[in-house]
Design a protein around this ligand. Structure first.
Ligand code: 6R9
Length: 561
């Protein structure tokens, strides 16, 4: 059942008339907004940072407010320009050239953003690595991308299996104690000249390779290019409603697509300062951060909103959140409960946005100029064609659940899968459609409704976990003969990772073994991938071609068989 429709909020906002925009919008026109439209010289770092300084008079304006409980720092656009130019010089000095790959494996910190900008400035391709990754996940990603250098911290460095990575030549460490053999990020950056020339690239030049989990096989390296800026700029304006004077906070980690695309690139293209909150924080810290930085536009996830809800009225009452004028959500279903809470307690809806690592930009969204139908992810962004297709790629009518698909050609889409053209082709097996892997339906008004993944990829607290990687890891443990992994619906986390295991001969099930297996995945792969529930089975169902039968696992977790 659909809940009460929340009316449009006409008035001053960037996308004033969705219908008109849909009728005549063309991404080609967004090109006119960039300086390369006239100069012919392309680099996203120029548009997001240098241009803000050189052409738009924003050099002394704040770009980054960083805080993590230990450090509190503020950077202007000019400072980001200078620092990233220094780091670009460092990369040049150590032989990284256009097209080479640089891994960035560190917790949120100013050095992370400066390293990203410094690399992109040189045409070096960034490989973002989520700070929770452990040895196995790092070996796969750094190995597959052939990274020539990595930026990390003293705490995270021990997880990088340096000996297994022949292409890895340099390790930059940002922190206090620099281990032997590593380069001191801060010292070499401070010593470098701040005037390295910008490397002009093609719009199709790779910007970053983001590893995302799929249903089968190891994580795939999605290649995004400088042209991603076109979709980012226009969605920052029309979806996030950003305009001069705003302070923007996107709470996602830069190890994931949201934390890259909207955490800094999109807002900086419009010259808007961002807040980055690192370290561990609780519901009170969320509110304190919103209040302290007078955040006006906030992009977060249902998990975070649920934490605030749990904090109760008393928590909200302690903070001045009056500057907050636009709130958005991504990553997992936005429940009506959260929507009602925000209407009542924050006096405004949370606007849901649907997209993926592959799409590079917001695709199906709710906008201030359209009514919000609770439970719906909204309508396609102007210039985007979304449909529901059956398993043969045929379009399905309104009301029918099928595969959510997007017509190829939007500017911010991934351009390839690194080292794996076959996997890339699979996404486009029904051309012209990009098959998302999500199930959805559309109503008569063109609103879409998310219905879950079709392919077994797990979404736990908004983080994507590939069942195959977890199964592989579990099977490495001597007690496990075979494993099958699936997402089990969970009120708090959306889904939890559930593992079905067949025990090896001679092993008996116990709570200790469960804890050991959980820890085995946690320390080998990543904490968010560790199963929260186990069930012992006599066998794991396989499909005809010998792969884990995910449909049966799905029935198992739902208790249907
Ligand atoms: C941006 C991001 C993508 C998957 C996607 C879908 C789920 C994203 C959602 C949503 C329900 C929304 N997802 N937005 N589910 N409502 N508004 O999260 O990218 O990490 O690649 O995950 O997340 O299942 O296919 P990514």
């Amino acid at each position: 059942m659909e809940g009460n429709i929340i009316p449009a909020r006409p008035g001053e906002h960037n996308l004033a008339d969705y219908g008109a925009a849909r009728a005549d919008f063309d991404f080609a026109r967004v090109a006119e907004e960039f300086s390369w439209f006239e100069s012919g010289r392309v680099n996203i770092v120029y548009e997001a940072v240098d241009r803000q300084v050189a052409e738009l008079g924003r050099g002394d304006q704040a770009a980054l407010y960083f805080e993590d409980g230990r450090r509190q720092e503020e950077y202007t656009f000019k400072q980001l320009q200078e620092q990233s130019a220094r780091f670009a010089a460092v990369l040049q000095q150590y032989g990284l050239a256009r097209g080479d790959r640089l891994g960035i494996f560190m917790p949120r910190s100013p050095e992370l953003y400066i390293s990203f900008l410094g690399a992109a400035r040189r045409g070096v391709v960034v490989v973002p690595l989520f700070e929770a990754f452990m040895e196995e996940a790092l070996r796969d990603r750094l190995g597959d991308s052939g990274a020539a250098a990595v930026v990390t911290t003293p705490e995270l460095l021990p997880r990088i299996p340096v000996g297994d990575l022949p292409a890895l030549k340099h390790i930059f460490v940002a922190g206090e104690d620099i281990p032997p053999g590593a380069l001191d990020w801060r010292a070499v950056t401070a010593a470098a000249a701040p005037d390295t020339a910008m490397e002009w690239v093609d719009r199709e030049h790779p910007l970053f390779i983001l590893y995302a989990s799929g249903a089968d096989g190891k994580a795939r390296g999605l290649v995004h290019v400088h042209e991603i800026m076109t979709g980012l700029l226009i969605t920052a304006r029309w979806v996030h409603d950003l305009r001069p004077g705003d302070v923007y906070w996107c709470t996602a980690d830069p190890g994931w697509i949201t934390g890259i695309a909207y955490g800094f690139l999109a807002p900086w293209l419009l010259g808007i300062p961002v807040v980055v909150r690192g370290g561990r924080f609780d519901a009170a810290d969320w509110c304190a951060t919103l209040a302290k930085y007078r955040v006006s536009v906030w992009y977060s996830a249902p998990t975070a909103f649920r934490m605030l809800m749990a904090g109760g009225d008393e928590l909200l009452a302690r903070y001045d959140l009056s500057r907050l004028r636009h709130i958005l959500s991504v990553g997992e279903p936005l429940t009506e409960e959260v929507l009602n809470w925000s209407m009542q307690k924050l006096g405004q809806p949370v606007y849901d946005t649907w997209w993926m690592s592959e799409t590079g930009m917001n695709m199906i969204c709710n906008y201030r100029c359209l009514p919000v139908k609770p439970g719906s992810i909204g309508r396609p962004f102007p210039g985007i064609t979304a449909v529901i297709v059956d398993d043969q790629g045929r379009e399905m009518p309104a009301g029918k659940i099928g595969n959510l698909a997007i017509k190829d050609g939007w500017p911010s889409r991934f351009r390839s899968v690194w080292n794996d053209p076959e996997r890339y082709a699979r996404y486009f097996r029904h051309r012209p459609w990009f098959i998302s892997g999500d199930a959805a339906y559309r109503d008569e008004d063109g609103y879409f409704y998310f219905q879950g993944r079709v392919d077994g990829v797990i979404n736990t607290s908004g983080e994507r976990v590939g069942p195959f990687e977890v199964e592989q890891k579990l099977a490495e443990h001597p007690a496990v003969a075979r494993a099958g992994v699936a997402g089990k619906p969970d009120r708090l986390r959306g889904e939890i990772v559930k593992a079905f295991v067949v025990l090896a001969p001679g092993y008996a099930w116990s709570d200790e073994l469960a804890a050991e297996l959980r820890n085995f995945v946690k320390t080998g792969l990543a904490a968010h991938a560790a199963p929260r529930e186990f069930e012992v089975k006599a066998e794991i169902p396989l499909t005809g071609d010998g792969r884990v039968d995910r449909r049966v696992l799905r029935e198992w977790v739902l208790g249907l068989s």
